[in-house]
Design a protein around this ligand. Sequence first.
Ligand SMILES: O=C(O)CCC(=O)C(=O)O
Ligand SMILES: [Fe+2]
Length: 377
Amino acid sequence: MGSLDQRMDKSIAKEITTQLGADNDDRLEHLKAFDDTKAGVKGLIDAGITSLPKIFIRPVDELVEESNIGRSQAQVPVIDLSGIQSDDQRKRIVSELRRASEEWGFFQVVNHGIPESVLNGMIDGICKFHEQDTELKKEYYSRDQLRKVRYESNIDLYHSRAANWRDSLTISLVACNELEPDELPQVCRGTAIDYVNHVTKLGGTLFDLLSEALGMKLDNLRAMECGRGRTFVGHYYPACPEPDLTLGTNRHTDAAFLTILLQDHIGGLQFLHDDQWTDVPPIPGGLVASIADLLQIVSNDKFKSVEHRVIANRTGPRISVPCFFAGAVVPAKIYGPVKELISEKSPALYREFTVREFLDHFMSKPIDKSGLDHFKI
Ligand SMILES: O=C(O)CCC(=O)C(=O)O
Ligand SMILES: [Fe+2]
């Protein structure tokens, strides 16, 4: 902190903050000015803003609609993976997983085998990345989806109706399997590699359990390479001066098969259950798992991909690290409802497609609109 560059950044960010707050609707210009700082939402906070720049304020119709959605006290299922090697315990786990995937779409897993030190190390590494000198972060700032490692604020900045109060570091293992250590930012290099390896393994375990939960025998999800094409995203949600006017993450479903998410102790993640926002409270050592769009499709709607969001908070920063398992993108594999799950009584609800086609469609639509309809028969 306090270098000349950083002080220059602060004065630029202050100027931009004033522009962003200006009462005119030249939104694109404001978005570009914000994007050009390459300092993200964190940069606005560093510049000392005390009110929300206009680009982050949600449209009135959305705020009104939102106020009609209730809050639920329902408890998201917690699945204990201990004893998974024993037949009895595995049966219990599979049956809990089936219920959670059919009725909730969201659940937490504990005793999953990833040491707490690895989880805490990842949270710490992501926090350090976002809190390092802006000049060091800037070299990673990019909107090029093909880059393996990139940092940006709001992946859908130019498409959404209101920007989200968060910055993100993306590590994409979609087009390749391997990650060279020096491709990663130095501050989180060791911890990120450790975490990626552990979560990749846990993903394989969960896909096997989910195959069993779907009653599949031979053609299981692991064999379909659902666990390939992973994207890890290290979100940083700074403390927000006016949390009621914006969101940390807009409501959406995930464009993947499965998401495994690590969150710190702050909280704010919510999903829709019985049409009400339901909290996913942080559990020390636990991980959140959720069914995403592609698993809803291959399961022919047996499993549900549910909408979720993150509320903004006066307290922060909040760190979360979702890993999206998106299947085999390269070489392209064809996905659609699994043959074993379709019959005369239960015909295929979706057509076949490649993940690339799915992801391209996902990126071309507003993030808060479901991508599933496009592939419905
Ligand atoms: O930060 C979170 O808890 C959720 C983020 C999320 O839903 C996403 O990145 O898709
Ligand atoms: Fe999500």
